[in-house]
Design a protein around this ligand. Structure first.
Ligand SMILES: Nc1ncnc2c1ncn2[C@@H]1O[C@H](COP(=O)(O)OP(=O)(O)OP(=O)(O)O)[C@@H](O)[C@H]1O
Ligand SMILES: [Mg+2]
Length: 211
């Protein structure tokens, strides 16, 4: 479970949001919605410790993530966090298999072939990522999440670059991860994604607005 308490974020004189309070339970899938520029990506980045809120607390497993030191932050990312970025964040000059290896936790029995088959990329382990199309890269990133089995997934417009069939597949995979007890947060402008989530949270209004 991740709990955001009274989060505020300002860039200079401009306040994106203040007093933002939100809980995402394990097994829940939440859409972050709001107009372009309302701060959805910034909020995901704060939850993933890639950006710092100006004030407030982010509790995960009872601990305030913002008070963790360098090692604690690294452990949180490595052991618990899965991230689907808009720009995939894959290692371009490596093979598909090497990119999936990066995600592997030592204790996870990683099923690379199964994850690749699930995202429609069966048998493509040896290809280099820079030869893949945008949508294929997004699906490698998704397969990497399936291999990692994180307890918290943060996804930024994960269907933005995909056709509707692959977009539906992404949502389906994230839904399955949430059913296994993962907390999933998806920033999206896509009504189908929003409809597939349990609830939606409007970053601008700072409240839940229904699924
Ligand atoms: N490092 C920064 N310095 C100053 N302003 C920033 C910085 N990062 C983001 N912003 C501003 O914060 C606002 C929110 O940006 P953000 O990317 O979080 O919006 P968003 O809701 O994800 O939008 P979109 O739906 O277009 O992806 C924007 O106006 C952006 O210019
Ligand atoms: Mg954004």
């Amino acid at each position: 479970m991740i709990v955001l308490e009274e989060l505020t974020k300002s860039f200079g004189p401009r306040t994106l949001w203040e007093g933002l309070t939100l809980t995402v339970e394990p097994g829940r899938m939440l859409a972050l919605v709001g107009a372009s520029g309302s701060g959805k990506t910034t909020l995901l980045n704060c939850m993933g410790l890639l950006d710092e809120p100006s004030s407030g607390r982010i509790l995960f497993g009872g601990a305030d993530l913002l008070r963790l030191g360098h090692g604690g932050r690294r452990r949180f990312r490595r052991n618990h966090l899965g991230y689907l970025f808009q720009d995939y964040a894959l290692i371009e000059n490596a093979t598909v298999r090497a990119n999936l290896d990066v995600a592997r936790r030592r204790r996870a029995g990683a099923d690379h072939a199964g994850a690749l088959a699930r995202v429609g990329l069966a048998g493509r382990e040896k290809e280099r990522v820079h030869h893949l199309s945008g949508g294929e890269r997004q699906r490698v990133a998704l397969a990497r999440l399936m291999v990692k089995q994180p307890s918290l997934v943060l996804a930024d417009e994960p269907t933005g670059a995909l056709d509707s069939c692959n977009g539906a597949m992404v949502v389906d995979v994230l839904r399955r991860m949430s059913r296994r007890g993962c907390a999933v947060v998806i920033a999206t402008h896509d009504d189908r994604v929003r409809g597939a989530c349990d609830t939606a949270f409007d970053v601008h209004a700072r409240r839940e607005v229904g699924g």
